[in-house]
Design a protein around this ligand. Structure first.
Ligand SMILES: Cc1ncc(COP(=O)(O)O)c(C=O)c1O
Length: 423
């Protein structure tokens, strides 16, 4: 068992030295905490933590944020939010069920809907709340929900909370999806348009065709494509001309929109139903006015951000090509998210530390965000990277290649297999 004694300060603060309830946890909780502290951190990682960064130096290059278009510090957005806060006027702290026709949130939902070419839209507290609320509203007990194995955890959570039947299919494998549909019948198909761990794109046209042939509903999570892809940033579904053929698009607005909210495109009729079916919409409070003010300004900026989008895609191309030329296998993906995948956690920890020691900060993804032996450092690129920074990232990756024995990584071995899938 792990050490269960409370810190000395807690003891002296307690009358008579009795343990505070927070230190008296039962064995079934300690057993789980032991898994983390003893097995993973202590034994597997030698006392280090996968996600705890070294202190960054002044020239640190961050490729760990999802602010793809570098708008988080944009003056017009900060001003819009500050003006709203300065104006005052207490928000009604309540859930979005109670929002009235013509409210600021409803007007912004209409703007997002027009932007994405849908009849209506819903703003939620987060991308997580959008996906959980949507899936539990459309997929009830027993309904088969076909999820790409790399679909975001929030989509799986929605299936669990709706007591629907999760039917996984191999990543981006349309043939496997078809076989699963033939076996289990029509239901709901769930994909990300750009996948969050490796930047792979969904083969959307083929998935749409299968949804139509099988009479299934299609849900596409556009979190990593909204703002960055498509006409004026309207997403990958719009870019491919499929807006009228995808039933629901969802997105986290904590990526290119650099705020905290989620979004769903839908019909006006569905919206009315959702507000009385989605538990996050009913039982959790809605967005605040200054948050809406941020997104109003962000939407205006993002519509006009073609140059930033072009720069983002240029940077992604250059870094992907450069990494491939050095010998990294980054062929699983094609977009602005790049996975450097050693595989086992201790090796990914070593990669993260080697990058950080040279001033490059990526984000570690490990179980439960990846399969257990597929941990990786994720580089999320942005439109503001300078040529010097790009060159530095590439030269650092070249410098650590031998030290980290990249040819023995799980991703490198996968590249050598003739029939390698991009799963
Ligand atoms: C594809 C995808 N969907 C949904 C979410 C959840 O978004 P949020 O952070 O807004 O809850 C994320 C965030 O990691 C994501 O990457």
């Amino acid at each position: 068992m792990i050490e269960t004694s409370p810190p000395a300060t807690a003891l002296t603060a307690e009358a008579g030295g009795a343990l505070a309830a927070e230190h008296r946890l039962p064995a079934f909780v300690h057993a789980r905490m032991d898994q983390h502290y003893v097995e993973r951190v202590g034994k597997l990682l030698g006392g280090e933590h996968m996600h705890v960064w070294l202190p960054p130096g002044p020239d640190a290059i961050y490729v760990a944020s999802n602010d793809y278009l570098c708008i988080a510090g944009e003056h017009t957005l900060l001003q819009a939010q500050a003006d709203c806060l300065r104006l005052g006027g207490a928000d009604l702290l309540m859930s979005s069920v109670f929002l009235q026709e013509g409210s600021r949130q409803h007007r912004l939902e209409q703007q997002f809907a027009r932007f994405m070419g849908s009849e209506d839209g819903l703003l939620t507290q987060s991308g997580w709340a959008a996906n959980v609320g949507l899936l539990q509203s459309i997929a009830g007990p027993g309904v088969p929900v076909y999820l790409d194995m790399m679909a975001h955890a929030s989509l799986w959570e929605g299936v669990t909370s709706g007591q629907a039947k999760a039917v996984p299919f191999l990543h981006n494998d349309v043939g496997h999806l078809q076989r699963q549909l033939e076996k289990h019948g029509p239901g709901v198909i769930v994909v990300d348009t750009v996948y969050s761990t490796n930047g792979s794109r969904c083969p959307l046209a083929a998935v749409v065709a299968l949804a139509e042939q099988s009479g299934s509903i299609l849900v596409a999570d556009e979190s990593h494509a909204l703002g960055t892809h498509g006409p004026h940033g309207a997403g990958l579904v719009a870019q491919l001309g499929l807006s009228q053929r995808v039933h629901f698009r969802t997105a986290s607005l904590a990526k290119a929109f650099a705020g905290r909210a989620g979004l769903i495109t839908c019909s006006t009729q569905f919206k009315g139903y959702f507000l009385s079916a989605s538990r996050p919409a009913i039982f959790s409070s809605c967005l605040l006015s200054h948050e809406l003010a941020w997104f109003e300004a962000a939407l205006a900026l993002i519509r006009q951000a073609d140059e930033r989008r072009a720069a983002l895609h240029r940077n992604a191309r250059q870094i992907r090509d450069g990494l491939s030329a050095i010998g990294y296998n980054v062929s699983d993906g094609s977009e602005q998210i790049i996975a450097l995948e050693p595989g086992p956690e201790p090796r990914t920890l070593a990669l993260r530390k080697a990058l950080e020691a040279r001033g490059v900060f990526g984000a570690v993804f490990c179980a439960p965000a990846t399969p257990r032996n597929r941990s990786l450092v994720r580089l999320t690129l942005n439109s503001g990277l300078t040529q010097v920074e790009i060159d530095t990232i590439l030269s650092v990756c070249a410098a650590i290649y031998d030290e980290l024995d990249v040819p023995t990584w799980s991703s490198s071995k996968r590249a050598l297999r003739p029939a390698a899938r991009n799963a």
